[in-house]
Design a protein around this ligand. Structure first.
Ligand code: NAP
Length: 292
């Protein structure tokens, strides 16, 4: 993948700490090249607690915008001139557009997740979801499932119960139910679920934490879908075990790619033909993972 760099090229990047593992530059530059846009997308490490300094630098250096990953998403909220509805609802910004020195913060996590489900034909309206985790990703997924996704019920199961309780208290009344992460709890709730979404770090490349017991998968309905927001590895142990049981599986690649499309649309203020981009991005990411 090669992007033609001109003096006029507008700068974009992803910031984080750590961030060098990010696949966003690969995905964004693939789209930039395919669409013939005069932009370049870089990777910019920004240490924790120093995002305010970065924002001044980005405005001064004429960046058109940037994406943010951990640990900056919450710190950015107070620094924005304008927040979109999702960023305000989650209290986290992952996309910043800079126009005439003003910063517009948005959050594409929930939209990317829901769009990746819809594009695979997975229905959420009136369904019951079992959500594992109560961190940043879980918050976006749970709220989006209940609101735009019109899910009937979302069980939020987390190791630290108080975090699940806090997350559910912020959601629509009666639709989100907090629960613990014990085997018996997961097995009991799995029996009611049409969709199971893993939003914990369990099984992610580079994390020591691994699943010890996946017997809750046995309780899921035969037509249930198991979604892991993790995309590295492409097939986590959770997904491999779900597939072995004949369940439908989806990894977090779709969420990543749809978020990238939404972000590039915001940066460039153009509409992007997602159907044309998806077949270009998937092989680039697969080739990248095979070579690293
Ligand atoms: P986070 O805010 O740090 O939350 C991590 C969650 O994992 C918490 O609920 C935590 O539980 C749980 N957890 C961690 N270790 C655990 C263990 N050993 N046993 C049980 N639960 C454990 O992280 P995040 O930002 O939500 O990200 C979570 C995952 O989503 C990451 O793998 C990330 O890469 C992925 N993600 C993917 C996309 C995408 O586009 N596909 C987007 C965002 C995030 P406690 O509350 O008890 O600590």
């Amino acid at each position: 993948m090669q992007v033609e760099l001109k003096n006029s090229s507008k700068k974009l990047c992803v910031i984080g700490d750590p961030v060098l593992h990010s696949k966003s530059p690969l995905v964004q530059n693939t789209m930039i090249q395919a669409l013939g846009l005069d932009y370049i997308y870089l990777c910019q490490p920004v240490p924790a607690g120093r995002v305010k300094e970065w924002l001044s630098c980005a405005v001064f250096a004429g960046y058109a915008g940037f994406n943010a990953t951990m640990p900056h998403k919450r710190d950015l909220v107070a620094l924005m001139d304008h927040l979109d509805e999702d960023a305000a609802m989650y209290g986290a910004v992952n996309t910043v557009c800079i126009r005439d020195g003003r910063c517009f913060g948005s959050n594409t996590d929930g939209r990317g997740f829901l769009q990746s489900l819809n594009s695979e034909g997975v229905e959420t309206a009136g369904k019951t979801a079992l959500l594992l985790g109560a961190g940043g990703a879980a918050q976006a997924v749970a709220l989006k499932l209940c609101q735009a996704g019109r899910a009937e019920q979302v069980f939020v199961c987390n190791r630290t119960l108080e975090k699940a309780e806090k997350l559910c208290a912020a959601g629509p009344r009666g639709h989100m139910v907090p629960a613990g992460f014990q085997r018996e709890t997961l097995c009991r709730l799995a029996e009611q679920a049409d969709l199971l979404v893993n939003c914990t770090n369990l099984g992610m490349t580079g994390t020591a934490a691994q699943w010890e017991d996946l017997s809750f998968l046995d309780g899921l309905k035969p037509g249930a879908c198991v979604y892991d927001v993790i995309y590295s590895p492409e097939e986590t142990l959770l997904l491999a075990e779900a597939r072995r049981r004949g369940l439908r599986t989806l990894n977090g690649l779709g969420m990543l790619v749809w978020q990238a499309i939404f972000a590039l649309e915001e940066f460039t203020q153009t509409e992007i033909d997602a159907a044309a981009m998806l077949p270009l991005i998937r092989p680039v990411l697969t080739a990248y993972s095979q070579n690293t």
